[in-house]
Design a protein around this ligand. Structure first.
Ligand code: GUN
Length: 306
């Protein structure tokens, strides 16, 4: 039976460290501040943004949400980003993705001051990560690395398979694991015979956004399995397939008409894996904790502090 990787606990430890660092900065008269730019009224984004503001408060940092209507133009959004770049009181800028379809995210990410890019999405930071020199790195894979270290998971020489090639998780995850001397394979929706690749993995990171894609027969016995997925199941047959024996999930489904599921068939994989992250309570809390950490890193670096 797999040992559960407790993302909540690791995130709490990260937040405690950030809180101390913020207090230290405050003694020198510096209060790091994060600004989140939210365009439109995507309900999921609104929840994420609210949680980010709350976390800033919890560690003693300043926060601000710049809300633009869903009809905002590229020029209007660009002008806001320019103003935040120029505002010396802002240490971190996060443009919540996805943007409404008529806006070009790449143009906006390129416009961010790389020193304030706490997501690590600006091409300069992406490039620095590839050569192992980024200070500001994408928060989800950076959080996963912290969790793997917290559990002393051996990485050097390990076979790591990342499923999903997004710019936010899959690609930076592969780079980070490579820098820690894993042998990395990056799989995606067009990978042939995915199971034959994932079965080779000592460390399997699922970040493709497909409910329960990773099943028990795709996992090598004893492997470390990290589930980045956050999918919603509304179909009763699918809920029964994954959660027939899970009273709590079935209750949630009856009450809400939907349940949250990762990219891993949790109950199927649990008896096979050596370590496994739950959903929720695995990777999710780490992302926000690392965002706080990145704000402190940006605040220090902008002032020439180590
Ligand atoms: N939307 C989903 N995840 C993220 C993230 O990590 N950063 C930003 N900016 N938007 C997101």
């Amino acid at each position: 039976m797999a040992i559960l990787l407790d993302g909540k606990k690791v995130a709490a430890d990260i937040q405690a460290g950030v809180k101390e660092a913020v207090a230290e900065l405050a003694r020198g008269g510096v209060v790091p501040k994060l600004t989140v730019v939210l365009v439109g009224d995507n309900p999921a984004s609104a929840i994420y943004v609210r949680n980010k503001a709350r976390s800033c408060e919890a560690v003693g940092m300043g926060s601000q949400v710049v809300q633009l209507p869903g009809t905002a133009t590229q020029a209007e959004l660009a002008a806001r980003v320019d103003a935040l770049n120029a505002d010396d009181g802002v240490d971190g800028i996060l443009v919540q993705l996805p943007l409404p379809g008529h806006l070009d995210p790449f143009d906006i990410l390129c416009r961010l001051d790389p020193a304030k890019d706490v997501d690590g999405f600006h091409p300069r930071n992406v490039g620095l990560l590839q050569i192992g020199k980024a200070a500001l790195r994408p928060c989800t894979p950076a959080g996963i690395m912290r969790m793997l270290d917290a559990y002393a998971i051996p990485l050097e020489g390990a076979r790591a398979v990342v499923v999903g090639r997004s710019d936010i998780v899959g690609k930076p995850m592969a780079a980070m694991l490579l820098h820690r001397h894993c042998t990395v394979t990056l799989c995606h929706s067009r990978t042939r015979d995915l199971a034959s690749v994932t079965r080779e993995a000592d460390l399997l990171v699922a970040a493709i956004g497909r409910a329960g894609l990773i099943t028990a027969e795709m996992v090598k016995p004893g492997a470390v399995v990290v589930d980045v997925g956050m999918n919603t199941l509304t179909d009763e047959a699918a809920v029964m397939r994954f959660f027939a024996s899970d009273a709590a999930k079935l209750k949630t489904f009856r009450e809400k008409g939907s349940v949250l599921i990762g990219d891993v068939d949790y109950h199927g994989v649990l008896p096979v894996a050596g370590h496994l992250t739950p959903v929720p309570g695995g990777v999710g809390p780490l992302t926000i904790a690392m965002l706080m950490q990145s704000c402190v890193t940006a605040a220090r670096a902008r002032r020439g502090m180590a």
